[in-house]
Every structure is written in C-alpha cells, then in structure tokens.
Write a protein that binds this ligand. Sequence first.
Ligand SMILES: Cc1cc2nc3c(=O)[nH]c(=O)nc-3n(C[C@H](O)[C@H](O)[C@H](O)COP(=O)(O)OP(=O)(O)OC[C@H]3O[C@@H](n4cnc5c(N)ncnc54)[C@H](O)[C@@H]3O)c2cc1C
Length: 498
Amino acid sequence: MADYDVIVIGAGVGGLTAGSICARRGRRVLVLEQSDIIGGCCSTYERDGYHFDVGASIVEEIQPIEMAFETLGTTFQQEVDLIPCDPMMEFVLPGGERITYPVSVEGTGEVISRYSPEDGRNWLKFAEYFKGLTEIAMKGFFVNPASSLTDMARIMVKTPGLLKYASLFTKSYQDIVTKYFKSEEIQSTMSYQSLYVGLPPELTAGLYATIPYSEHEGIWYPRGGMIQIPAAFKRVGEKYGMEVRTDTLVKKVTVEGRRARGVVLDDGTEITSDLVISDINAKTLYLDMVGEEHLPWLARYGIKSYGYSKSVTMLYLGVDYEPPLAAHHGVVAYPLRHINDFWRNNVEKGVLPEQTIGLICWPTHEDPSLAPEGHHILSIIPECFYHLKGTDWDREKKPFIEKTIEDLSRNAVPGLADHVKFVDCATPLDFERRLLLPEGAIYDLQQDLASTIMFRPSARSRSIKGLYLAGNSTHPGGGVPLVVASGLICADLIEKYE
Ligand SMILES: Cc1cc2nc3c(=O)[nH]c(=O)nc-3n(C[C@H](O)[C@H](O)[C@H](O)COP(=O)(O)OP(=O)(O)OC[C@H]3O[C@@H](n4cnc5c(N)ncnc54)[C@H](O)[C@@H]3O)c2cc1C
C-alpha cells in the first residue's frame, strides 16, 4: 500500500486548497513545502516587529475562495477576518496630481466626471458590461476545467451569456480602454492594471480589461496578513487529517510506465502515493521532476514552448510615520502609451526605467497590528523584470532600493526617505531562490492568449496518469482567487477520475 493517497508538491494557496479538499473527501494527504513557511507568494513574514506580505497584498473576486471553504464545510468569513478596503485605489499621476476611486461604481463615476463628463457616463456602461462578464466567469469559466474543446463547450452550455463577450478574445486591453475613455488622466487610471496580468495594454487580451471594473466589486485584506488565507486552508485540512511538512524539498516525481507513483526528496527519501498534485511551475515539474524521458514528443515540445510570466521586485519598508496616502493600494500611474513604451524600451531591452511605475501597498492602513505602535508598513512593487542587460540583480539591488525610495519621496510618498527604519527587498533573483520560481515568474507561465484557458497546461496531466496540477501554471492562471479555483477544479477532477 502507498504511504499516502495524495502528495502535494508546494504549500502555496493552490496546493493547500486542493490538498485540504482531498482530505475532506477522505484521502490521506501529505503536503510538502521546501520553504520554512507556507503560502508561497501569498504569505507573511516578521522582521523587527514588522509583518510583511511576501507578494500578494489584497484579494478581490473572492467567490472561488468562498466556494472552496464551503466545500470544506465552513465559510471564508468564518475562517479569515476580512477587512474591506475602501477607497479602492489612489493613482498618483506624473505631475503629482492624485485621483482616488472609492469602491462604489457610482462614486467612481462622479470622480471621473470631474475630468470628463463623457468618460464618467462611459464608466457606468463599462462597469455594467464587465459586471455581466464577472458574474458569468465566476459561475462557469473560472471554476470549471477548461483543458479541451469539450470542456469549453460544457462551459458555454452552462453559461451561454459568455458568447456575448467573444469579441474580447480578439481585441486588446488597449482597444477596450481607449474605446470607453478619452481623457489621458482617466486612461492612466485604467491602464496600469494590464501589468497585473504581466503584459502592457497593447499586448494584453481584451478579456482582462475587466480588472479596472472587478476591483469595484470589493477588495479585502485579511487581518493578520495574507498568510491567513493559506493558514486557514492548512488548519481546516489538518482537521481532516492532512499533513503539511515545511523545509522539505521535492526533487523528483517517481514515474512508472507513464503513471505517477510518488516523489523523491532532496535527501533521497522516497514517499509513495497513488496521486501527485503539483503546485509548482509546470515547466520545472515536467522537464526537471518528471523528466523529458517520460514525456511524449508533443508534450515535450509543448511544455518547452511556454514563456515565463512577469517578475517583479518588491521593497518591504518599515516606517516611523503615517505615510501621506489615501488608500491601501496606490499606483504610480503613467499614460497608456508610456506603459507600452516601458515594455518596449525597458522590459524587452533589459534596461531599468528612469522613473518608478508600480504599486504601493499600505497594509497598516487596514491593520495597524502589523507594525509596532506609531509605525507603518509599506510594500512597494515597482514594475521590473528578470533579465538585465550587462548586469544582474545582485549588483543592482542596493542602488535600485535607494533610487526607488528617493523617487517615491519626490512625488508619490513625500517624506518617505526620512522615515524608513527597516528595509528588505526581494528581487526577481530572490523570488527565484526563495520560492523556486524560475526567472522569478510570479504567475509561473506567460498569460497571453496562447497560454491561457485550454492552451495552459491541463489540470489533469495528459502525459502522466495520476499527476494533477493546481496553482498558477494551470487554468484559470495567476492571482489568489484564481489559484484557489484551480485547487477546486483539481480536487473535483481527482474525485471524478480516481
Ligand atoms: C509580488 C506579488 C504580488 C502579488 N499580488 C497579488 C495580489 O495582490 N492579489 C492576488 O490575488 N494575487 C497576487 N499575486 C499572485 C498570487 O500571489 C499568486 O498567483 C498565488 O499566490 C500563487 O499561488 P500558487 O499556489 O500557484 O503558487 P506559489 O505561491 O508559487 O506556491 C508554490 C509553493 O511551492 C513551493 N515549492 C516550489 N518548488 C518546490 C519543491 N521542489 N518542493 C517543495 N515545495 C516547492 C514554493 O516554496 C511555494 O511555497 C502576487 C504575486 C506576487 C509575487
């Protein structure tokens, strides 16, 4: 008899969701995590009394997370104390002008109308259009397998309204934003979000133009930090017998005659199981852990063809003043064309930009307990990339931290440089080393149309029986609620086929 029914590689949110649901359904589950803490990119660590989130800084579109906890016999709200974040976002424009949007769609329309009454009216149409898509996606598209044409046909039958949005697959994010909004300032507030997906507005699929709307369905911060979400899955899973081991690196998936039989750890220990769930980068899984020799030629070719997704640098700052900001999330925003230029002139050429474009997260705005009294935390995510021309991140880290703090002090966060008491930083290279994310890819694989939905690696492996995927690398892609959806899909497929 195998040691376990299911082994999960990686205690990220995707792996813990799938593992805890399998445990609830009576399987003996072991989760193996190489790091000393759980949660992967959705985690929190403590230094000098400051509690910093490793990566993810808020959750929105929480329906899949609610569904997962209901499947586990509880509720998200019962397991995690969710603090609503309102205002939704503050945008700092190049001249220093600030635009703050509340969560309310109508309230946001009023703010936009001050810049352009026409854009204000169009915002309401934009919001109504994407509200419909969000509802449909949450019922069908995000929470069902989408690995084949048959899967897609099933989704269409379940949610025929999706057809109304077919044109979003042929248009770009930029096409949609410029259709609805004419003011340069308002376009700036709608464009940055394409970089959440990992591409500039001209290269991002129109489908993702839903993000500037979806944030208005509400964004939340878990009291105690983002780690509370994976910790809740772990806690509930353990109630059903799930075991989680940290500091345990998986080196190989054992394969016999095209069937997964367990894993081999870094120290050579072999653990057997009938089923293996991977929550790690699918390229690493198939090429390094399963091994090319076990893959049919088409699968070998297919998996090699995926590009890695975007990477970022993250600064974790402890400060001894209340930063002059208006919201949990702030964006140093630029006009739409500037973001496309950033892609062409900086990302593609490996040249760091002169000015910071990026996100400012202020968790102590919602939860003061994350910092010593009178202090605050700021997590800064300047848009960055892994490959630097003629240099590397170990050399650039220190000057980059100093330049970013100076740059933000001048415009977005006045006084910052004088109040920083603690600095930590994760460059793309650090994300690669700490979380084993190749090239620091925060969503594992690129999220262009050619790598999404049925073109993303399948949740039920087509090449290796008994091997399942959850997390960023499979449908529906990156983002905490979406990887939870992938965990649900993975556990349901196991129930159906095993
Ligand atoms: C800077 C940043 C900001 C983000 N902001 C947001 C946000 O605000 N909202 C949002 O919804 N999403 C956000 N995201 C995305 C979100 O965090 C991720 O999509 C999600 O957490 C990924 O979960 P996962 O389970 O797929 O994988 P991961 O979080 O990558 O977890 C995989 C786990 O596997 C472990 N592992 C890897 N290799 C092995 C091995 N060989 N053996 C054992 N264990 C292994 C890793 O240590 C890791 O813990 C952000 C991500 C980053 C990095």
